[in-house]
Structures are given as C-alpha cells and as structure tokens.
Design a protein around this ligand. Structure first.
Ligand SMILES: C[S@@+](CC[C@H](N)C(=O)[O-])C[C@H]1O[C@@H](n2cnc3c(N)ncnc32)[C@H](O)[C@@H]1O
Length: 314
C-alpha cells in the first residue's frame, strides 16, 4: 500500500457526509494530529451486532494489536447494550484514526465521564498501553449544580500517540497560564506564567462572546489551541472528523496548520463556511466537498486497497 499522504497542493478542506466514507478511502499515515469530539448518542440508532466472537484474521496488521484488540472489544461490547451501540459506531472510526496517523502523530479523543474509562481500555488495546500519553481534564464552572452528588463540571480528553519513540510534543510552544499563587514565585516567573499540566481550567464558549457560532456543542478555541500548539508542527495536516462548528479549523488557520474537517450535518457545514472563509494564510480559503470526493485530495493508489487491508469490520 502507498505510504503517500495528501497531495502537496491539496487545499484545506471541509467534507460533508459520514466520516467513515472518507476515512475508508484515506491512505495510511497521512495526518499528524487528529482531534475528535464525537457526539454521545449517535451510536444508539446503529445496528446492534454481537462482536464477542469476531476473529479479524484478515484485518489485523502489524502494530494493530490484532487479536488482543478484538478480544477486548468483544468483552466490552458484551458488557452493556448502550455502550455497545455507541462503540460499534465509534470503534471502526478509531481504528481508521490509528491507521491514518503518521508515526509521529497523536490522537486527542474528547469524551466525558460516561465513556472515558471504556475508551481508555479500548484505546490501550488499539494503540498499545505504552502509547497512552495523558488524560486531560478540562474543568469548567458553568450551569446548574446537582444537589444529590458532586456537580460534574469536567470533560476528559484522552491522548494517545502512534509511537512513543517518535511522537511530536512541545509544551514550550503552548500559551502559558497564570500561577494560582503568583506571590509564591519570583516576579519574573509570575510574569512568564506556568506550563499547563493535565488539568485545564477553561471557561466554556461564552453565550455572549464573539467566539460563539450558535452551534450547540461548540468547544472553546483555547482548548484546541493548546492541543494544536503542543502536538503538531506548523504546516502539517490536522484532522477533525466530527468537526461541528469547525473550531479545529479556525485554530489551525490561526496557527498555520493545514486542516481536513468532516461533518455529516448540513448546519455544521454552513457554520464552517461562514467561520472559516477568509481565515487562512497558509493554503488559502478552505474548499468544500462531499466525503466521496476525498480521493481527489489524496495521492491515493486505490480506495479498494485501503478498505480491504483493514478487514470486514472497518
Ligand atoms: C460534539 S459535535 C463537535 C463539536 C465541535 N468540536 C465544535 O467545536 O464545534 C459532534 C459532531 O459530529 C457530527 N457527526 C456525528 N456523526 C457523524 C458522522 N458519522 N460523520 C461525520 N460527522 C458526524 C455531528 O453532526 C456534530 O456536528
């Protein structure tokens, strides 16, 4: 199979349609960073299938942790119905995410407390436990407060790298944050700010702020900025295949990264059109396609070859 990636002249792109149709057509190791923020409930309408007995001999590939991954997936899927529905939707997309990441690349999977622990087990098996980098806690403080338990005010972002010996990470390039107790450090240190840890305090997108697009699940640019700054180099390809309002694209445009965004909702595409047009100096304005057109962006030998390599469930 070809190791080639995007055509050197490929534009920043926004694709309309089901992301699986684009992912299946993408070659191995062609993007440097993937951030995804999947919707919680999408999988519930998917077809239920017992994967407990799946043996994916054709589909296992070097580094994929083949049989172990299939076994763990089968065990988790048989544990809980709602979980299985959701993960039958998400797991094949994560398998493709692993496949299309370059060997210095990273995946950021944005979830919440309901799914994060299952995702950790599954991604440990898919990427290899050694390639787990962090669980980032994004803490915010907004909205109603439960009276019968600790109010839940955080999201979980799991970070995996394709290869722990080769991945790119530079927190020196990340915007620093103020010290909580600036009086305890020197004035020079206080002025410089501190390196962020794995707990990120950040407000949600303000309902009245200029960042707001009106898209209900929009994430703050400040969160994406940190991710893109730390885990990608300028000029490399960043992908978000649950793109929503296009936060990843807006941040990439500002930071000089190339982007490929996908969403299956027409409203998201229209919001991205408004938000991203005119915003990028690196490759010009994004082009809009459907997922079926993804091959035209890629230097790709044959779509069929990529699909066959991953086996029947991907
Ligand atoms: C939680 S939102 C992402 C929000 C985004 N991070 C932002 O900042 O605006 C999830 C998005 O995934 C999209 N989506 C759901 N299923 C999809 C699929 N199969 N293919 C592509 N997009 C999908 C939804 O339309 C929705 O816009």
């Amino acid at each position: 199979m070809s190791r080639s990636g995007f055509h050197p002249d490929a534009p920043n792109a926004v694709l309309y349609g089901d992301n699986i149709d684009a992912l299946r057509r993408m070659p191995d190791e062609c993007v440097s960073l993937i951030y995804i923020d999947p919707p919680f409930n999408t999988g519930r309408s998917q077809r239920r299938q017992n994967l407990k007995t799946v043996r994916n001999e054709v589909g296992t590939r070097t580094g994929f942790k083949g049989q172990q991954y299939q076994n763990i997936k089968g065990d988790l899927f048989s544990y809980d119905d709602a979980f299985a529905d959701y993960w039958e939707f998400l797991a094949p997309r994560l398998e493709h995410a692993w496949r299309i990441l370059r060997d210095d690349g990273s995946l950021y999977l944005h979830l919440d407390y309901r799914e994060a622990h299952y995702a950790k087990v599954l991604l440990d098996a898919l990427f290899g436990r050694d390639n787990f980098l962090n669980e980032i806690i994004w803490a915010y403080d907004y909205g109603a407060r439960a009276k019968n338990k600790w109010p839940t005010k955080h999201d979980n972002i799991l970070v995996y790298v394709k290869d722990k010996t080769k991945y790119h990470f530079s927190n020196e390039d990340v915007d620093r944050e103020p010290y909580m107790a600036p009086g305890l450090v020197t004035a020079e240190k206080a002025a410089k700010g501190k390196l962020p840890t794995d707990v990120w305090w950040h407000t949600i997108v303000s309902p009245t702020g200029k960042e707001k697009t009106g898209y209900p699940t929009q994430k703050p640019e400040g969160i994406l900025r940190r991710i893109v700054q730390a885990s990608s180099r300028p000029g490399t390809w960043v992908m978000d295949f649950f793109a929503g309002s296009g936060t990843t694209g807006a941040v990439c445009a500002a930071l000089g990264r190339r982007y490929l965004l996908i969403d299956s909702h027409e409203d998201a595409i229209e919001i991205m059109r408004t938000r991203l047009e005119g915003g990028n100096l690196l490759l010009g304005e994004p082009k809009f396609f459907t997922v079926d057109d993804v091959s035209s962006l890629l230097d790709l030998p044959s779509n069929e070859e990529v699909t066959r390599d991953l086996g029947p469930n991907a």
